[in-house]
Design a protein around this ligand. Sequence first.
Ligand code: ATR
Length: 259
Amino acid sequence: MKKYLVIGNPIEHSLSPNLHNYWLNKNKISGNYDKKLLTDEKVGEFLKSNQKISGINVTVPFKKTVLNHCTELTELASISQSVNTIIFSNEKIIGDNTDIYGFEQSLKDLNFDGLNKTAFILGAGGVVSSVVIALNNLGVKNIVISNRTKNKAEALAKDYNLVVSDWGKIVDFDIVINCTSVGLKQGDNLGLDFSKVKDKIFYDIIYKPKTKFLIDAEGLGNKILDGKMMFLYQAQKSFEVWHGIKPEINEEAINLLND
Ligand code: ATR
């Protein structure tokens, strides 16, 4: 039986095992998907010592940590400098990125056309490079980034050709994406004033709980999108990379995230 798992810290609430085990079962593949709590120092040792594992998903905060421990990176992992999927093949540890696909596909579902659109990114954490690359793939050329700690936004702006805006200032945009961790805890408040914005798209990478960012935006008549479909699509792509089968995102799979 092949073994798969997700590593992160914290990892207790990860829904990846539910989803992957559901798909393994559904596709009659003999395998098991588990979760593993690690610390930063233990990641390299774990990857090198566990060659009986066929694949690993990587979540916060190790998507960059694992870069150094992979023996190869796919093109997408390399350009994003972010790995969320690892494939063990013979002696190789191959780092891949399916977050880009996940984000891109979730916007394709909305028939989003990036031509002449401006995207406004909040935050400068690990997921931002994947979001930027996906936006570029969708044709978005104007991307403005704002982060509480400005120099982190500046570093990303330099690498990915973005415009930096001061934290607290709301620029003109067609789509705004919350890539900060604000909203993960009930009652979290970004403290930004979007009260004059309507008929735009508000996207939150967080999918649980429904964030104040999205609740307020919806109340003002904006279109909202949470991170659920991105999560499902990145998982679907990982599954396809490992098993050669594209699993179905059906109602049952979606409901696994609602429990
Ligand atoms: P990761 O890289 O693992 O995704 P991270 O680097 O901790 O996570 O990124 C979290 C993001 O949320 C950062 O952009 C962080 O802003 P700072 O760079 O200033 O720390 C942002 N963030 C977290 N708490 C915040 C808050 N209360 N207000 C505004 N931004 C916040």
